[in-house]
Every structure is written in C-alpha cells, then in structure tokens.
Design a protein around this ligand. Structure first.
Ligand SMILES: N[C@@H](CCC[C@H](N)C(=O)O)C(=O)O
Length: 330
C-alpha cells in the first residue's frame, strides 16, 4: 500500500511587538496568497494560531504592488502582505514591520546585527573597525517602502516614511478635524486625523483614570468617518522628561481600537499618530522624541526631518513550525 504524497507545508512563526501579535507566514515562492476566511482561521485564538493580524512574507516580485514598490526602491525585494484578524487588508502595520524583520532574520534572509563601530572596538589590538555601514532591511508595503534597522539594545527602529494630514493639509494648524465618541459617552469629543499610510483618529483625554475607564469593546463612532474606516487612539499626555543624553522626551499613554481587530495592546502606526498629534497640540516647542506607553509596553516615536517619522520598539518571535494552510479556513 502506498501512502498519499505529503501535503505541502508552510513555515510559520508567532511573534509580537509590545503584545500586538501576529501569525507570520513564509511564502518564498509567492504561491500562498491568502483569502479572508483563511486569515480569520489563522488569527482565531481558539481554533487557530491566534493574532491581531496575519503577515505573509513574500518576494515583492510576486505581488500586484511590485511595480510601485520596486520603482520606489529596487532593494525592497521582500514585501509585507498585512491582513487584520477580521480578514481585511491594511496598508501598513508599525509593530508588524518590526516583527517581519525579526522573522526575516530567523529565516536567514537578512542579518540586521548592528555593525561594529570604531567605539565598540576601542582597546582592541586589531585596530578600529573598518565597516560602520548600517544594516537596513527595505520592506515593501502597501504604504510604500519602510526601512528597518536594529539598535544596539535589541530594539528595531523603522523609518516609517512621510506622515500627513488627510485632505491635503500640510500643517497641523487646525488642531481638530473630527469627533469621536466611545461606548457610553453622551457627547463626542474633538479629535485629529493623522495618516501614516493607514488612517488614524487621535483623541486626547485629560486624566489617566478616564483613559482606563473608556469602554473600547465596540467600534468608536467617528465623524466624519474616513472612506476606509479608521483606527482610533485615546491618549493622555504625561509631560516631558530629560533623558540621560540630555534630550527632552515627551511621554504619553495610549489605548487603541484597531480597524479590523478591536482593542489591541499596542499599535505602532497608532503610537506614531498619537505622538505626532500631541506634539502638534503642544506647539513649536514640543519635543521631537516621544515615549508612548501602551498596555503591552513602550515604544519610541521620533519626528524626523522632512516630515518623516521613526518608530522603535521590541520585536519578539515566540514560536514557529510548519503548517498545512489547507487546514485553515477551507
Ligand atoms: N497594529 C498595527 C496596525 C494594523 C493595521 C490597522 N488595524 C489598520 O487597519 O489600519 C500597527 O502596529 O501599526
């Protein structure tokens, strides 16, 4: 009796960035495109692997977005195909792109170990290090190419590219352009839309107790609602601190309701949107560097020159193996 041929399996990992968690799939041949039902089955916390989203790592050459991505940067040979847990497609994920980089390292596709610097080599008899070139992974996404490097402390820092205000405005001069009401609030409160490639609406609250009490079990009501929905960030500014190197750093606390997911313990693009909104509300003297405390940890957001923003934080791969995708959602 001959056994049936083994079914093709797919290498997967489970990872998270400040407890925003993802199912990661390696699709090195571009043959594992996912439908919404499969994504929901993989992200299911009881019947699947479980996660806030599903990330397919695929060569850029095999995705419909390849022409635009490779025209922006031919080095962006790997693409992050990001899906929310409800099966919807999202343009970008800030925590996800860091975890994507950690997954690419595990797969042996890239080595992001920071290159030694002359300072690291001080005292060595071999002389100063000759290579200080930063090791950077260019990742294609539906919101353009993002650049991930690893910091000496192990965090991943991502140049998230340009951020902007919807409606073609270029300066944060209006303060508010939307209103948000979460479950149980009798009145909506003023908020600001910020676009990080994906849509965000940021609302400031005066007290941490109010942030804790907010009920995010239902989708907040946003008016006007952007055409493709929005992620909603509730924030409490906590003031400024001086870091060890003398940099003035702003701090804020944030909770988030993610489009296509629900409340999550962190959102990287959301942290960027929140920091940029609070920085704008604070006026021209506001710091460029912000620590954003989320239920799952802390990330760092830096407003860069030229209207770009950097996100830095941890990325962890927790476990992995091989799965038969046919067992999920079909
Ligand atoms: N958690 C992500 C954002 C994921 C996409 C988002 N839910 C959307 O639909 O835009 C992050 O870390 O940025």
């Amino acid at each position: 009796m001959s056994l049936p041929p083994p079914r093709p399996t797919t290498r997967f990992a489970k990872g998270h960035g400040t407890r925003n968690d993802f199912v990661l799939l390696a699709d090195l041949e571009g043959s594992r495109d996912l439908d919404a039902e499969q994504v929901r089955a993989l992200a299911d916390r009881r019947a699947g692997i479980g996660g806030d989203g599903v990330i397919r790592l695929v060569p850029t050459a095999y995705v419909p977005e390849s022409a635009a991505v490779l025209a922006e940067d031919p080095e962006a040979i790997w693409f992050m195909d990001y899906r929310n847990a409800d099966g919807s497609i999202a343009e970008m994920c800030g925590n996800g792109v860091r975890v994507f980089a950690a997954f690419a390292e595990r797969l042996g596709l890239v080595d992001l170990t920071p290159a030694p610097t002359a300072t690291d080599d001080a005292g060595s008899t071999d002389g100063p290090a000759t290579s200080t070139a930063p090791r950077v992974l260019a990742v294609g996404t539906r919101a353009g190419v993002k650049y991930v490097r690893k910091e000496a402390g192990g965090w991943y820092a991502v140049d998230m590219g340009p951020w902007f205000l919807p409606g073609g405005r270029t300066a944060l001069d209006e303060g508010f352009d939307a209103e948000v009401a979460v479950k149980g609030w009798e009145v909506a409160r003023p908020a600001l839309s910020v676009d990080l490639g994906n849509p965000h609406t940021v609302l400031a609250l005066p007290h941490e107790a109010e942030l804790e009490a907010a009920d995010l079990s239902e989708v907040p009501v946003v008016s006007p609602l952007p055409p493709h929905g929005t992620n909603v960030e509730l924030v409490v500014p906590l003031g400024e601190e001086v870091s060890v190197d003398g940099t003035v750093v702003g701090r804020l606390r944030m909770r988030v309701h993610e489009r296509g997911v629900g409340e999550t313990e962190s959102c990287g693009t959301g942290a960027c949107a929140a920091a940029l909104a609070v920085r704008a509300w604070g006026g021209p003297q506001s710091p460029d560097v912000w620590l954003v405390d989320v239920p799952g940890g802390t990330v760092r957001v830096t407003a860069l020159e030229g209207g770009r923003v950097e996100l830095a934080g941890p990325a962890e791969i927790v476990f992995g193996g091989e799965i038969d995708l046919a067992a999920f959602g079909r």
